[in-house]
Design a protein around this ligand. Sequence first.
Ligand SMILES: Nc1nc2c(ncn2[C@@H]2O[C@H](COP(=O)(O)OP(=O)(O)OP(=O)(O)O)[C@@H](O)[C@H]2O)c(=O)[nH]1
Ligand SMILES: [Mg+2]
Length: 318
Amino acid sequence: MAGPGRTAEELAERLLAGDKRALARAISLVENDDPEGWALVREVYPRTGRASVVGFTGPPGVGKSTLIGRLVEHARERDREVAVLSIDPSSPFTKGALLGDRIRLTDHFLDPGVYIRSMASRGSLGGLSEATLQAALLMDASGKDDVFLETVGVGQAEVDIIDHADTVVLVLMPGSGDSIQALKAGVMEIPDVIAVNKADHPLTDTMVREVRGVLSLGPQEGWRVPIVKTEASRGEGVEELAEKIGEHREFIDEQGTLAERRKRNLMNEVVALAAGRLRRELEANVRDDPAVQELLDEVVARRLDPASAAAKLLEREE
Ligand SMILES: Nc1nc2c(ncn2[C@@H]2O[C@H](COP(=O)(O)OP(=O)(O)OP(=O)(O)O)[C@@H](O)[C@H]2O)c(=O)[nH]1
Ligand SMILES: [Mg+2]
């Protein structure tokens, strides 16, 4: 009988060979925080770093999925293999669901060169951001040339997820005034490329002007953030968007910022993973250890202040 080690090895082999089912299985393992999943990532990690990872974010309903669908087509025409990871922070019920029923990617589902996956934000022990990176690494290891990540919103949580990307595309549409405010207020870091989608809308040029206004307040040297008008439903502007994404990737590659960015993202990742584990360990101690309970009672009785109690708790960890 094959032991668990053997199975993991086999799974890794199939994954590296580009087997779609192995990739699906592997992602489920990391999503469920299964130790086998972590072992798998450990195994294939040296084979990652090849894919170009592009993150798409923006308010609900602006057309991110439709646009990604078009970019998948564009990539397939160029014989590039693609994986799409859609992160749905709003609904815990989408686990295993596919992108959303509004977009028809059925052709792509049958295409062995395309893998599409959706992940729910809740229910993952390691935290969504960690699970996302692990999943992206697995997609990369399985030989995908492009990994597209989709998240909804412009808050910090979305930015954390999108942080794993080499290139960040903010998708807006005419009327996305809140996002303009978020950019202005610095809630969101300036993305690398901005797409103003639904360009069939009469107020598109007004939106483009507003975006340009915000960008003019930012740094004027280095990469100049392009604004691309797209109409995803008809495929308009998709070619140009793909070009700009490619140019950004080339730019950061030449400038050495790609390596820097990846280093920063991986450092954040290591810290986040370590912090998450420490936190779970501490919480388990608090629950199970009578000495920690006594420490807490001291705090409740106002004999010990919370910071001193925290220091004592940490001393015990060492
Ligand atoms: N008029 C117009 N409608 C579009 C365009 N692109 C997408 N849509 C429509 O906008 C709606 C939302 O598109 P999605 O691609 O699901 O948008 P999304 O940003 O992925 O949505 P969430 O993932 O729910 O945030 C769909 O009904 C699309 O058909 C466009 O260029 N013009
Ligand atoms: Mg979507």
